[in-house]
Write a protein that binds this ligand. Structure first.
Ligand SMILES: [Cu+2]
Length: 158
């Protein structure tokens, strides 16, 4: 079968691009430890505030030095809106939404998840550098989406 030179060129080019894209995924998986958050825990979105897991949003210190942050993403704020965590300690975030799909991203870090009504989003990360970080919603959730933000303060560990 005869394949024209240019046809061959574009076939190999397309193949090389696919291989490069796949390579970046494998590189992130193997070398950078990139994993999408995957925590399957359900919750009744109409009863978030009376659910014992989310009745008192905030930061809880665990006996091993790690902390757990319980937060609710809602139109158009995070509850709590200001979160203080220690640097260099594992921080487990647990989030849910009582209304629509929201996003939760801490700008400049690898903390990033979707917050879907009916589910508890959970991931653990460690903040090495003390400072103030912006928390934003990155899933369009309505007219006030652009104003949906909060502050994460990473404090120097004692
Ligand atoms: Cu939003």
């Amino acid at each position: 079968m005869h394949i024209d030179l240019y046809e061959r060129f574009w076939m190999w080019s397309a193949g090389a691009i696919c291989a490069a894209f796949f390579g970046t995924i494998v590189y992130g998986l193997v070398s950078e430890g990139t994993r999408p958050p995957s925590h399957v825990e359900t919750i009744d979105p109409t009863a978030v505030w009376s659910d014992p897991r989310f009745a008192q949003p905030g930061v809880t210190a665990n006996p091993d030095g790690s902390v757990t942050v319980t937060a609710v993403a809602l139109m158009f704020a995070f509850q709590p809106n200001e979160i203080r965590v220690p640097a260099g300690k594992p921080v487990t975030f647990r989030l849910t939404s009582p209304d629509v799909v929201h996003g939760f991203e801490i700008v400049g870090t690898n903390a990033n998840t979707m917050v879907i009504p009916g589910y508890v989003a959970q991931f653990t990360t460690t903040f090495a550098t003390p400072g103030e970080y912006l928390m934003v919603c990155h899933e369009y959730c309505g007219l006030g989406h652009h104003a949906m933000m909060g502050k994460l303060i990473v404090e120097e560990a004692l």
